[in-house]
Design a protein around this ligand. Structure first.
Ligand SMILES: Cc1cc2nc3c(=O)[nH]c(=O)nc-3n(C[C@H](O)[C@H](O)[C@H](O)COP(=O)(O)O)c2cc1C
Length: 407
């Protein structure tokens, strides 16, 4: 089998980018970021938080961006810096670095500086590159705030792992300016590329009832499928997400149908599939359910107890049989012979391609923030991807789908 990766076309020329700089040590990298974006032909305006000025000088960013840098609501001669105009001017608003403090304000809507008022007035996509020390980044409040701002439709450019200014090692370093630029290039390349397309995604586990209090379930959190649903919605698709039991939620642009059992998931998926252009089935549907449901709680009596199981409907295989115009994509989570098993599923279930991941890969699979996938097409060609955040993996899947549909 051939292994390869996909090329991208990049395009920032003529784009109006508002760069928000906050008071993290990584603010010095904003100068490089401005320089790289200007080199790509983008028009840049910079807004800083008052504290950010102690980390990088507004003069430097002004010279590099060839524009005035805005910090305050009013200029020194008491003229209002119209934050609404600034917000509407931009094709994209990039906040890099984004401190834990600004992240918290974005999560709650606190508006006590120019940058925050522009953020709250922005109609364009907002990209956030968090930058903080490893423990700050791991703090539950930071994690929750990141989930919150994603659910509001913002896009997080994940921080990188490495040496931090504190001398500690770990996750939290702002993405390198070069990586922020390529992230934005991919965004602009695909912008609106799924407009008019109906996309069905399934995600999460299923719960198969045994009695009123017990069920057969699995460890899926739905994170991967939710990230895919968000990514397609972000590119203009009309997305229906059929989501098994999980406390997580997609962003508000996604139509979310919450289900519990494999039967419910099957019924909702087949209905939505009829009018879909693309269907990506990432849910971890139970293979078996209890043959007999007990309407009363089963009492503890014998030392051993047996439950008869019966097969659930294979949703992916059923959709494969019903498939007409749709591009149908499956997921294969295996613990061994990943590529071999996944390849067999393509033919057996009439798929266009399959996304394989292995529970043996560190950081891949259930309930993690990261995943490592391989995509296998109908010609048995294997495309391997690195370990990435699930948001980035979702983008790779979106890009692969886009290229597949263009062929
Ligand atoms: C030397 C120094 C480095 C800092 N680095 C960071 C950082 O990398 N990330 C962060 O979230 N906060 C960092 N802080 C704390 C922020 O500067 C502080 O929370 C500030 O109020 C953030 O303001 P802003 O979000 O309005 O820009 C640092 C503070 C100091 C003194």
């Amino acid at each position: 089998m051939a292994h390869s990766t996909l090329p991208f076309l990049f395009m920032l020329n003529g784009k109006k980018i508002l760069l928000g700089v906050t008071a993290g040590i990584a603010a010095y990298k904003a100068a490089t970021l401005v320089r790289l974006l200007v080199k790509k032909g983008a028009e840049i305006k910079v807004i800083m938080t008052p504290d950010a000025q102690t980390f990088v000088s507004p003069q430097t960013l002004s010279v590099l961006s060839k524009n005035k840098v805005e910090v305050d609501f009013f200029t020194p001669d008491k003229v209002w810096n119209n934050h609404v105009h600034l917000a509407l001017w931009a094709d994209a608003f990039v906040i890099a670095p984004c401190t834990a403090n600004t992240l918290a304000k974005m999560a709650t809507g606190l508006c006590d500086n120019l940058l925050m008022s522009v953020y709250l007035s922005a109609r364009c996509k907002v990209y956030v590159a968090p930058a903080m020390d490893v423990d700050m980044y791991q703090h539950p409040t930071a994690k929750n705030n990141i989930q919150k701002i994603i659910s509001y439709g913002n896009i997080v450019i994940p921080p990188e792992n490495g040496e931090l200014a504190s001398g500690l090692h770990g996750e939290g370093r702002m993405a390198e300016p070069e990586n922020i630029v390529s992230f934005l290039e991919k965004e602009f390349e695909n912008h609106g590329s799924f407009k008019g397309k109906k996309v069905l995604i399934s995600a999460g586990p299923t719960y198969e009832e045994i009695d009123p209090v017990r069920f057969i379930g699995n460890r899926s959190s739905g994170k991967m499928g939710i990230a895919i649903a968000n990514a397609f919605a972000h590119e203009g698709a009309d997305v229906t997400l059929v989501l098994g039991p999980t406390h997580l939620a997609p962003n508000s642009a996604v139509k979310c149908i919450r289900v519990e059992s494999s039967n419910e998931m099957y019924a909702n998926c087949t209905e939505a599939f009829k009018t879909s252009d693309i269907a990506i089935m990432s849910a971890a549907v139970a293979d078996y359910k209890a043959a007999d449901y007990s309407s009363q709680k089963i009492k503890k009596k014998e030392d051993t107890f047996q439950i008869n199981l019966t097969k659930t409907t294979d949703i992916l295989a059923e959709l494969g049989k019903q498939k007409k115009q749709q591009c149908l994509v499956g997921f294969a989570l295996e613990t061994e012979n990943v590529i071999e098993y996944a390849t067999k599923k393509i033919k057996a279930k009439n798929l266009d391609f399959i996304i394989a991941n292995s529970l043996q890969d560190k950081g891949a699979g259930f309930a993690t923030d990261t995943n490592k996938i391989s995509i296998i097409d109908k010609g048995d060609k294997v495309f391997d991807y690195d370990l990435k955040s699930k948001e980035e993996v979702a983008k790779d899947i979106l890009n692969f789908t886009l290229n597949y549909l263009k062929k």
